[in-house]
Design a protein. Structure first.
Length: 203
């Protein structure tokens, strides 16, 4: 093992970034970046708390992260498992980062900033789907925003249908839970009930 021990060593190892890697970073949402946000149906939300880091998937219809103004994003907190790991972190540290993905596109968009959990009734109601508003909305104040080049998407063949894995080759949620709990939770009944449970609790 040969761990890098200093920033100087790290910068020597990798060299200086090219101009395009630094010129693309802004502290506001430029119109060209707004187009990427409005096209994205999926975001990875990263937060930091006293116990460490957390990264949570967030998805909805394209553009579900709303642009309030050039410095502010609004993201509804849809129904989930009620662990609220991300929200706990935001309440305690106020830090958040987003990674936007767009199906079919290699370009991703990164946002770093501050966040709060907002419960204003009118704001939550404005995000209602099928008459069901989220219990809260995450308000992100943009401090840094920039696009990421397509190399990671290209290397992973993420959108290549020929590279997709057959879900039947992977353990199901029910099988995972059963294996981790000595069959006390999960199992075939859990998997059988999941489609209807998800449908009834999507919003």
């Amino acid at each position: 093992m040969a761990a890098v021990q200093s920033i100087e060593d790290l910068e020597t190892l990798y060299g200086a970034p090219v101009a395009a890697a630094t010129k693309k970073e802004l502290d506001y949402i430029a119109p060209v970046y707004a187009k990427l946000i409005e096209a994205s149906p999926f975001v990875a939300l990263a937060t930091e708390g006293p116990e460490g880091l957390d990264c949570s998937p967030r998805g909805d219809g394209a553009g579900f992260v709303r642009i309030h103004d050039e410095k502010t994003l609004l993201m509804p907190d849809r129904r989930g498992n009620n662990r609220i790991d991300s929200l706990r972190n935001i309440v305690r540290t106020g830090r958040a980062a987003l990674l936007f993905l767009i199906p079919g596109s290699g370009t991703t968009l990164r946002v770093n900033g501050r966040a709060i959990v907002e419960t204003d009734v009118a704001l939550c109601d404005s995000f209602a789907v099928e008459g069901k508003p989220p219990r809260s909305v995450i308000v992100i104040s943009v401090e840094s925003i920039y696009f990421q080049c397509a190399r990671a998407i290209m290397r992973s063949s993420l959108w290549d249908l020929d590279a997709h894995i057959d879900p039947k080759s992977l353990p199901t949620p029910g099988q995972i839970l059963a294996a981790l709990t000595d069959d006390r939770v999960g199992g075939a009944d859990y998997d059988a009930a999941w489609p209807e449970r998800a449908k009834s609790s999507l919003w």
